[in-house]
Design a protein around this ligand. Sequence first.
Ligand code: COA
Length: 389
Amino acid sequence: MRKVALVGAGISKFGVRRASYRDLIWEAGKACFDSVAGIKPRDVEGLVVGSVMPERTAFQSHISSMAAEALGIKPSVLSARTEHMCASGTVGIRYAYAFIAAGLADLVMVLGVEKLNQPSSDEAILNMGTGVDREWEAAFGLTAPPCFALAAQRHMAEYGTTEEQLGLVGVKNHTHASKNPNAHFGKGATLEQVLGSRMIASPLRLFMCSPITDGAAAVIVASEERARALTDRPVWIRGTGQALDGFQLTSLHEDYAHWPALKRAADAAYTMAGVRPGDVDLAEVHDCFAIAEMIAYEELGFCKKGEAGAFVAAGRSDYGGDVVVNPRGGLIGCGHPLGATGVAQAAEVFVQLRGQAGPRQVADATIGLTHNNSGMGEHVVMIYGSEPA
Ligand SMILES: CC(C)(COP(=O)(O)OP(=O)(O)OC[C@H]1O[C@@H](n2cnc3c(N)ncnc32)[C@H](O)[C@@H]1OP(=O)(O)O)[C@@H](O)C(=O)NCCC(=O)NCCS
């Protein structure tokens, strides 16, 4: 297989945006093209767009062609849309990676975009319910917040994890987001604010949840030859893994606080990349709710099972700790525009490994990991390096 790297990345402002779906595509696409000298839209041979529900939220389908036209791209080898709920963006990056590694393409843009906010937040929350089983979960009110609340309750019962430890994830990620001008939230948060915020699904309070966000992100993926010609600092894709335990929550009935599919996806990525958990300098993990970040610490091997509460409380997932988790502010601080999230995670690793992250910079970062999940039962992990494997 050929070596593959990221050579450009850009994101739109995330938040409750007045921008249209197409405006968001323009914003992220332009930022991405601006990040790398020497590439014009006509040079890009392929476009993959991760987007979950534009038919419902923007009354638009035929997404990849629409985005290609908006950005002036004329795909000649690959044009596709990936819909894989919250992991749509990273799944798109995997497709671009596979095409380029196989020699079928040399330069592909992956763009993620979602326009989730609606005039009524009830409508927006109803739309989010399409990601769980309609007949057996959503119809009974079992949408994402209560699903992840069950995982949190199980973790608390099994390992003694506390509400305060869950709250510290919210504090960390809101604080990181305050250094990210593109984040949904920018004011930071204290533990008192997090623990005093309204209850959403016990024990998860508002500041322990990701919000409903509009946004887009884009990266340009290149073959080794093109990457080396375009930049002296490519960010190499070193490993990737994806695994599924199940779609329905009941597929995880043995223990909601164990996510074996995440461990399998991570093990595959670590093996392919030739790195260990202790080698990872920064990790963009899928903190759709605070408990998800804590279980990710464990399944990614940053700490032992059951020790996530102590891990975050000791500052081991923050600057100065073992691994900086969610330096851009995560989904809790940046927001979670579904299809855009995985691409935005990759964009953060891109700037971090090039030393271009400004006040968020993780010192001497050479290995970055992204974790993107779709529900509690399916996980995708990518490992990037400043040097190829
Ligand atoms: C948590 C949640 C239910 C709150 O929704 P809501 O009660 O309708 O809140 P609203 O959108 O009406 O916003 C009300 C206020 O709360 C704030 N807010 C909303 N969500 C927030 C969050 N997650 N964190 C912090 N503040 C939030 C808004 O900014 C707004 O503040 P303002 O009054 O100062 O403008 C909603 O954000 C949600 O469903 N999040 C989870 C999304 C999800 O499931 N993603 C998929 C994960 S797998």
